[in-house]
Design a protein around this ligand. Structure first.
Ligand code: UT7
Length: 326
């Protein structure tokens, strides 16, 4: 059975920036509150004419270039988003056409902020059983288009970005060591964005009255996040027969530095083992992990052969954790 290796990584971050001062001008908030409660200083925002597939195409091209393969070599595109261009067609098919991945099957999936790790796990099934050799996982979101900019409790949190990985069959080093996917549907309505269902109660929660905007119950999500991130990381390390000392870097979902901090305390791990990018990009949903992972490689924080943990949680509620050899 072939191993799955991360052959290439890429990301795309839009140009426009909203700093904390911008939010002081639109809602009753301030830099001190946002920094102390979240750690976020800036988020990048897509332009009016930039949508999820535009971000996704750029990240995908960059990952394919990094993998040194051609788009025709890709067998499957798995694209995760909570802010698709259309209900149908799926974003993955649009990306398939625009990057010229003419031999690839393509589909969207949604495990919210846990999506990148979920995508890695799905890709590994196809690669291990010999069905596909190259799977492109793309995570892209334009949360700015579904943010309620009248709700100070959520609008300061989100940014736009895309991250992508080419995951390939390769027996020359690098592999998935252990993983865990999970869901707790009892918390499904803690993070919502409305689609076709007529739900008056949910609609009333939106300050802006726009049904597609994201509403969130921050406190229960925070509690869930700390526990599941720490416990799921512990379990995947145990499955892999590793300890925290074997791990070069932990790349978590980037929602709030307090969540990461409390999870690290629960794990008994020092802060220098974790990569945080949320001060620069905010919470970009599914792309947080691949965006940070790309940065880790670019800045030399991880190198081939290092063991890395990726862990996330999000709407659903979902969680996912994996340990792999890069
Ligand atoms: O990736 C998807 C998963 N989502 C998350 O991970 C988010 C998880 N949750 C969180 O990160 C935190 O719950 C938040 C950052 C969203 C909020 O932090 P918190 O410590 O849970 O604050 P809170 O909701 O308990 O609000 C505390 C106070 C409230 O005022 P009162 O009732 O104490 O007077 C809020 O109205 O802070 C107020 N508040 C704000 N004040 C200034 C809420 N948002 C703001 C704001 N500026 N932007």
């Amino acid at each position: 059975m072939p191993n799955m290796v991360i052959k290439g990584l890429g990301r795309y971050i839009p140009q426009k920036v909203y700093d904390n001062a911008y939010f002081e001008s639109i809602v009753d908030t301030n830099d001190e509150w946002i920094t102390r409660r979240t750690g976020i200083k800036e988020r990048h925002i897509a332009s009016d004419n930039e949508y999820t597939t535009d971000l996704a195409v750029n990240a995908a091209k960059s990952a394919i270039e990094d993998a040194k393969i051609s788009p025709e070599d890709i067998d499957l595109i798995l694209l995760a988003t909570v802010s698709p261009d259309y209900f149908t067609p799926c974003c993955a098919c649009i990306v398939q056409e625009r990057i010229g991945a003419v031999n690839a099957a393509a589909l969207d999936f949604n495990a919210a902020c846990s999506s990148f790790i979920t995508g890695m796990v799905m890709a590994e099934q196809f690669i291990k059983n010999g069905t596909y050799r190259n799977v492109l996982v793309v995570c892209a979101d334009v949360l700015s288009k579904v943010t309620d900019y009248k709700d100070r409790a959520t609008c300061v949190l989100f940014g736009d970005a895309a991250g992508a990985a080419v995951l390939s069959a390769d027996d020359n080093g690098g592999k998935m060591l252990a993983y865990e996917l999970g869901a707790d549907g009892t918390g499904a309505m803690h993070i919502t964005s409305l689609a076709v269902r007529n739900d008056e109660e949910e609609l009333e929660k939106r300050v802006s009255g726009r049904k597609e905007t994201v509403w969130m119950a921050g406190q229960p999500v925070m509690k869930f996040a700390v526990k599941t991130m720490a416990d799921a990381t512990g379990r995947v390390l145990e499955k892999a027969g590793l300890t925290y000392d074997d791990i070069k870097l932990i790349v978590p979902h980037q929602a709030n530095y307090r969540i990461v901090d409390s999870a690290l305390q629960r794990m008994g791990v020092e802060k220098d083992k974790v990569l945080l990018t949320l001060d620069k990009y905010g919470n970009t949903s599914s792309s947080c992990v691949p965006v940070a992972l790309t940065e880790a490689v670019k800045t030399g924080k991880i190198q081939r052969g290092d063991k890395v943990v990726v862990v996330g949680f999000g709407g659903g509620l979902t969680w996912a954790a994996a340990v792999f050899e890069f």
